[in-house]
Write a protein that binds this ligand. Structure first.
Ligand SMILES: Nc1ncnc2c1ncn2[C@@H]1O[C@H](COP(=O)(O)OP(=O)(O)OP(=O)(O)O)[C@@H](O)[C@H]1O
Length: 594
């Protein structure tokens, strides 16, 4: 689907959203355009009537101007109101569509790859231009009608004058060129603007304020923000000047041609080939023609932005559709029989120079608790992203009971996985919902929410909240209750416990603000749940830097530099005396002496 048919889709949407408004706006725009282009006809009768001392002609001329001018202004005002109603409805539609598409794309690559991110940013910024597209099209329609009527009236004066509107092509083409120059400058600036926005958020958000002040980097951040803004401003101005130069060139060309035509008309009147009234009408019409051309080039510019944005929307629709479409999506098994298997799995982030994971082959047996340990940057979280289906391996495959995960719809796979991440979300919702969104169909189920909180070690939290589970959490609400870091963490854990029969449960260092004993106890609870739920054969995966927790897992995978260096249970790995044994002993000693 191309941009133009995307516009057709939008007009279709406008029709569905507000058919009567669209009809009304169209009718008012058409009648208003005819009336506003025709009223200079009255000047012709007024001037020639006055020169011939004919009062009936003067009266007719005055009536034509008065009636048509009033009709034109009234209809234009009314059609503008209709147009804005239309734009508002479409704006809502397009914003919802963009939000829905971005949030339902099954994988997260579009938030990662720079070229996709720029497309998404531009689409977010320009989405209003799409909503304005039907309004712009109506304006273009009015310009066409006015242009046609003006040409007809000019033909009655002196047919060659009909060519005058064509001179308007010179500035129109120059304006389009200027628009392209500015749009290119805008595209080039998109990444810089994103960075400026990020820096601004960083410098003005409560969550980051603490650390920034501690390290005294606020001034440096402000300086970086100022430097980037200045750079963006300079590039912006340069683009604007280049655009303005093109515009000036075009309009100078038009002015020369316009003055030339007026001289010709005056000479014709002097020789009696044209009446003075017709000259006045023609000059007025030519000025209106000039305004139509300026309006047309504005409309063309806005429509060009709308078409570009429509293409981006269509690209996003296609991208999400392609990502979601699975030729013959394999079903998610009801329960795991053999488990998950990594087979030569490798991964490289888009645009990165090196693989983050290489040749991982390991079995995660059904019902097992598995710990992944490894230094910072070893690739643990990346492996989780692959197992939860957010990203696809760039080499090898992940098997779910022997079936390739790539063949299972990511959405369906995700209904059977649950995860708690290190950088968990702190949703400003009421407490029940902040936990309940872990299993949407049961978001209102207080018993399930209470049970999840209890397993997460926060059974007493509702009693401490002023309105129990109905208490709004966070600072967004007036009267919302802000929680401590540890309390938010328990909420996140409870959220991760809402699903009762996951095939994969991931705990990616969600317990950083708990002490080692509390972390180990929580992991044991998750493991017990997983064992008691062995009917579904789910795998529980824990990422932790604490060996005291990892040791309780059925299977420990040691990752180093993106490769698996050791696999086995705690006893086996300890007996082997390798890297795991060394680090475990070191950590145990540190706890003893600490
Ligand atoms: N979005 C990304 N784009 C490019 N590279 C990334 C991205 N996320 C992570 N990496 C790189 O991948 C490597 C592994 O990162 P990952 O987050 O998987 O490590 P980790 O073992 O979970 O580390 P940690 O223990 O510090 O959380 C790192 O070198 C990191 O720089």
């Amino acid at each position: 689907m191309k941009g133009t048919s995307a516009l057709t889709t939008l007009i279709g949407t406008a029709w569905r959203a507000a058919p009567m408004t669209l009809l009304w706006a169209f009718a008012a725009a058409t009648a208003g355009a005819v009336a506003s282009a025709t009223f200079p006809l009255g000047f012709h009768y007024m001037v020639d009537g006055a020169l011939a001392h004919r009062s009936d002609e003067i009266t007719f001329g005055v009536a034509v101007v008065a009636i048509l001018f009033t009709v034109a202004t009234t209809l234009t005002t009314l059609s503008v109101t209709g147009n804005w109603t239309l734009t508002d409805r479409l704006n809502l539609f397009v914003s919802e569509r963009v939000a829905l598409l971005l949030s339902t794309a099954p994988r997260l690559e579009h938030f990662e790859r720079k070229e996709l991110l720029s497309e998404v940013d531009q689409l977010r910024d320009d989405r209003r231009s799409l909503a304005a597209a039907p309004r712009q099209l109506l304006r273009a329609w009015q310009v066409a009608i006015r242009g046609g009527v003006i040409m007809l009236l000019l033909a009655t004066v002196y047919p060659p004058v009909m060519l005058v509107p064509l001179f308007g092509l010179i500035p129109a083409l120059a304006d389009r060129r200027a628009g392209r120059v500015q749009a290119r400058a805008g595209d080039e600036l998109a990444p810089v603007r994103r960075l400026i926005g990020d820096l601004f958020t960083l410098a003005t958000t409560a969550e980051t304020a603490k650390e920034l002040r501690t390290y005294g980097v606020t001034d440096a951040l402000a300086a970086r923000h100022a430097a980037l803004t200045e750079d963006a401003r300079r590039r912006d101005v340069r683009g604007a000047i280049r655009g303005a130069a093109w515009e000036a060139l075009g309009w100078t060309g038009y002015a020369v041609a316009f003055v030339g035509v007026i001289i010709v008309l005056v000479l014709r009147a002097a020789h009696g080939h044209t009446s003075p009234g017709q000259v006045v009408m023609a000059v007025s019409l030519m000025r209106r023609a000039q305004r139509q051309i300026a309006g047309a080039s504005d409309t063309a510019g806005s429509l060009a932005t709308a078409v570009r944005t429509a293409r981006r929307l269509v690209w996003l629709e296609d991208y999400v559709e392609k990502e979601t479409r699975m030729p013959a999506a394999a079903p998610v098994p009801d329960r795991l029989r053999t488990g998950l298997r990594l087979e030569g799995v490798g991964f490289r982030y888009a645009g990165a120079a090196e693989d983050v994971l290489q040749d991982l082959t390991v079995d995660l047996p059904a019902g097992a608790t598995v710990a992944i340990v490894g230094e910072n940057g070893a690739g643990k979280t990346t492996l989780v992203k692959l197992l939860t289906g957010m990203y696809r391996p760039t080499a090898g495959r992940i098997l779910v009971d022997g079936a390739d995960l790539a063949g299972i719809s990511p959405d369906r796979w995700r209904t059977r996985t649950t995860a708690v991440f290190q950088d968990f979300v702190r949703p400003n919702l009421i407490a029940r919902e902040a936990v309940g969104i872990g299993d949407l169909p049961r978001i209102e189920d207080e018993a399930a929410v209470g049970a999840a909180l209890a397993t997460a070690g926060a059974e007493d939290l509702p009693a401490r909240l002023p309105q129990g589970l109905a208490t709004p959490l966070g600072r967004w609400f007036t009267g919302g209750k802000e929680l401590s870091g540890g309390q938010w963490q328990r909420i996140a854990l409870a959220r991760g416990l809402m699903r009762t029969d996951p095939l994969l449960t991931v705990l990616d260092e969600p317990t950083a603000s708990l002490d080692p004993a509390a972390e180990a106890e929580l992991f044991t609870r998750f493991a017990e749940l997983s064992r008691s739920g062995r009917r579904a054969g789910g795998v529980t995966l824990l990422i932790s830097h604490r060996f005291s927790t990892a040791r309780t897992a059925d299977l420990i995978i040691v990752l180093a530099g993106g490769r698996i260096t050791e696999v086995g249970d705690h006893e086996t790995l300890l007996a082997r005396g390798g890297g795991y044994a060394e680090l475990f002993t070191l950590q145990a000693k540190a706890y003893e002496t600490g």
